[in-house]
Design a protein around this ligand. Structure first.
Ligand code: ADP
Ligand code: MG
Length: 260
């Protein structure tokens, strides 16, 4: 047995994951394993299924075929006896609270202060104590460099600051896994760096991360692995350096030369 197969079981395991919207098959059998502490960047052209895959991991979309496991739990199903039963809405929400997701658009609650944005889900969903949540939230704001903005409203922050708040808000739920879907695509170029720095620190702290991004510099510096998706399939994957510098597949080469 190699050390790899003898190691701890992966945090995320996708086996032949399929997803269609009507007659449009968007995921055509995705096989992917993410180990604990690993940072995986997913790259690929628009429409290749990257967001849909992330949404399946987080059970915002239901898969049509294959199997998706997070933490040895089958996403969307519960094993009762020897049969799989579809999860109830409450069970889905409970599982989802283990996974943080950061989108292109920050979706902060506009009528709440930054601190209230962070405290909302831990208080309402996890029913945690106010003083405990508040302490954690302030610590996270400090980590993302926004301690002095705790009482500000989102509209008074720059896009980069808002996205850092969105990351801190996701982390305030103490997730086991963080999903990022093009977190810097909507930002002015001069604000991209501050968000990537926060993500880099998070990666260094050992967080397991799946990051859909076109930031190849980030992928090269931070990702353990890069996955190239095309037409609902994984065409190529490997160590970041190898995929970016020596892509094997013609389509990967074409994509990289377009974004680099
Ligand atoms: P990517 O994130 O790589 O750009 P997406 O996963 O967003 O790709 O989309 C892949 C395909 O799935 C696209 O053709 C898109 O139009 C389609 N799609 C995504 N979400 C939906 C939806 N909710 N309903 C119908 N089609 C969708
Ligand atoms: Mg997308």
């Amino acid at each position: 047995m190699t050390t790899e197969t003898a190691g701890p079981r992966p945090l995320v395991r996708a086996e032949g994951v399929r997803k269609s919207f009507g007659t449009n098959e968007v995921l055509k059998g995705i096989d992917l394993e993410i180990r604990r502490g690993e940072v995986v960047c997913i790259i690929g052209a628009s429409g290749s299924g990257k967001s849909t895959f992330l949404r399946c991991v987080n059970h915002l979309e239901k898969i049509d075929g294959g199997l998706l496991r997070v933490e040895d739990r089958v996403v969307g199903y519960r094993l009762k006896g020897r049969k799989l039963h579809e999860q109830s809405h409450n069970e889905i929400c409970a599982d989802r609270s283990d996974i943080g997701m950061v989108f292109q658009h920050f979706n902060l609650f506009p009528h709440m202060t930054v601190l209230e944005n962070l405290m909302e889900a831990p208080r309402r969903v996890l029913k945690q104590r106010k003083d405990e949540v508040r302490r954690r939230a302030l610590g996270l704001l400090d980590k993302v460099g926004l301690a002095e903005k705790a009482q500000a409203y989102p509209r008074h922050l720059s896009g980069g600051q808002q996205q850092r708040v969105a990351i801190a808000r996701a982390l305030c739920m103490e997730p086991k896994l963080m999903l990022f879907d093009e977190p810097t695509s909507a930002l002015d170029p001069e604000l991209v760096g501050e968000v990537l720095r926060v993500m880099k620190d998070l990666a260094r702290s050992g967080m397991t991360m799946i990051v859909v991004t076109h930031e190849m510099g980030f992928a090269r510096d931070v990702a353990d692995r890069v996955v190239f998706m095309h037409g609902g399939r994984i065409l190529e994957e490997g160590p970041a350096e190898a995929v970016i510098n020596r892509p094997q597949h013609e389509r990967t080469r074409a994509f990289l030369s377009a974004v680099l």
